[in-house]
Structure formats: structure tokens, C-alpha cells
Design a protein around this ligand. Structure first.
Ligand code: PMT
Length: 219
């Protein structure tokens, strides 16, 4: 991207997994490493943006000159996102938010007993859809982690979550997506799409920032 394409623009990015507690020592999570979201934070910063990175638990170094807000659960991430909205012009949801959380969190460590046990789960709020439902709302970019019919499901999420853009990646492949250094993606917006073949997440992040900056300024 050209330098300064996001000069002075406030960008909020979610990254990493969420952790949904079962009891004081156990949780449900997923394989997101945060690499995609952290790379986006650095690319947006390098494009001149003021960046807030809302991060689930990851082991990455915090990027320099980026405001880092650490969270654990989806509910924490939603609260952090909503409290950043007043100053947010672009919202990018790259986090792999748990769709469900345990209905109750046991106060004490759960004891081993029968041969089977089950945990009741309840749906988490959808963070990016909640952001996009605000009036006014920021230019909102989602991700779509798919394993089949990528365009169909990605365009479905673009419409149902009221997003301005969605970045679809195939998470059935071992060489890209979750926890890999590389990714490939197709970006969809209402009137178009663009495909990026496999490359390092830092390079892809710069491509994504270029395209979202041009869609943002056309808006
Ligand atoms: O972190 P890495 O290891 O680098 O891996 C990157 C990635 C594969 C996690 C990333 O590129 C990616 O695809 N992120 C989105 C993962 C996901 O949860 O996708 P989804 O299709 O289930 O969700 C669609 C969109 O809704 C996403 O923007 C997601 O952040 C958002 N969402 C989902 C559920 C929820 N409760 N709240 C949300 O905001």
C-alpha cells in the first residue's frame, strides 16, 4: 500500500482465540495463534492508522506503537470492542471467537466421577455482528473460516452480519489458516471480490490493508 493510506484513521482489530472457562482450571478454546490479527495490526499501523488490538490469549510479542487490550472470553472481547467503538472508524474481526461457552462455570474444580459427562453450552454473542448493528457503525470487516463452499458461506456471512467486507480463508488446509505462518484468502464485498494466493501472513495483511483502505475511502 502507499504510505499514509490510513493516516490518522482509528482501527480496532480482534485477534487470537477466546477461552471459555469450564471450571477454575479448564477451558474450551481453538487453534488460533493470533498471527493473522497481529500482522494486520502491524500493517494498519504502518499505513498510518491508530490501532487498538483486542487480543485473546496468545504467545506473540505485542506489536510496537499499537494499543493492546488483552481479554480471555468472548464476553470480555465483546465488552472491550464496545468500549472502543466511540473512536473506531474501521473494525476488523480476525479473532476465532468461540461460538458457544459453558452455560455455567463451576466455582470449584470439577471432580472425576462417572464414565461419561456432558457440559451444557450456550451461544456467545456475535461480536462483529453486534458492532455492525450499531448506528453509526464503523467500516466493518469480518473473516470467514470455512472448510467447504467458501464463497457461498462467506457471502452469507457478509450479508447476515451486515459487513462491508469479508476475508474468507480455507481452514481445512494444514499449510494455511490456523496457526500457520502463511495464509491465502478471497476477499468479498457487495460488488466484487479479489483472491490472494498463499503468502506470508505479514504480506497478506499488507494486501488486505490496501484493499480495505480503498473500499473504506470509496464508502
Ligand atoms: O490466529 P491465526 O492462527 O493466525 O489464524 C487466523 C484465523 C484462521 C483464525 C483467521 O484468519 C480467521 O479466519 N479468523 C476468523 C475465525 C472465525 O471464527 O471465523 P467464523 O467464520 O467462525 O466467524 C465469522 C466472523 O464472525 C469472524 O470475523 C469472527 O471473528 C466473527 N465472530 C464469530 C463468532 C462470534 N461469536 N463473534 C464474532 O465476532
Amino acid at each position: 500500500f502507499e504510505s499514509g493510506v490510513l493516516a490518522g484513521v482509528s482501527v480496532v482489530i480482534t485477534a487470537g482465540p477466546t477461552r471459555e472457562a469450564i471450571d477454575p482450571v479448564r477451558y474450551i478454546t481453538n487453534h488460533s495463534s493470533g498471527k493473522m490479527g497481529y500482522a494486520l495490526a502491524e500493517a494498519a499501523r504502518d499505513a498510518g492508522a491508530r490501532v487498538t488490538l483486542i487480543s485473546g490469549p496468545v504467545t506473540l510479542q505485542p506489536p510496537e506503537r499499537v494499543k493492546l487490550v488483552r481479554v480471555n472470553s468472548a464476553l470480555d472481547m465483546l465488552q472491550a470492542a464496545e468500549s472502543e467503538l466511540e473512536h473506531c472508524e474501521i473494525f476488523i474481526a480476525s479473532a476465532a471467537v468461540a461460538d458457544y461457552r459453558p452455560a455455567t462455570v463451576a466455582e470449584q474444580k470439577m471432580k472425576k466421577s462417572g464414565d461419561e459427562m456432558s457440559i451444557e453450552l450456550v451461544k456467545n454473542p456475535d461480536i462483529v455482528a453486534t458492532v455492525a448493528a450499531h448506528t453509526p457503525h464503523p467500516f466493518t470487516v469480518g473473516f470467514a473460516a470455512e472448510t467447504q463452499d467458501v464463497e457461498h458461506y462467506a457471502r452469507g456471512k457478509l450479508a447476515s452480519k451486515n459487513l462491508d467486507m469479508i476475508v474468507a480463508n480455507d481452514v481445512s488446509r494444514k499449510d494455511i489458516g490456523f496457526n500457520s505462518d502463511n495464509n491465502a484468502a478471497t476477499v468479498y464485498w457487495p460488488e466484487g471480490q479479489q483472491t490472494f494466493d498463499t503468502m506470508n501472513k505479514h504480506l497478506l495483511a499488507r494486501e488486505l490493508v490496501a484493499i480495505l483502505a480503498s473500499r473504506f475511502s470509496a464508502n
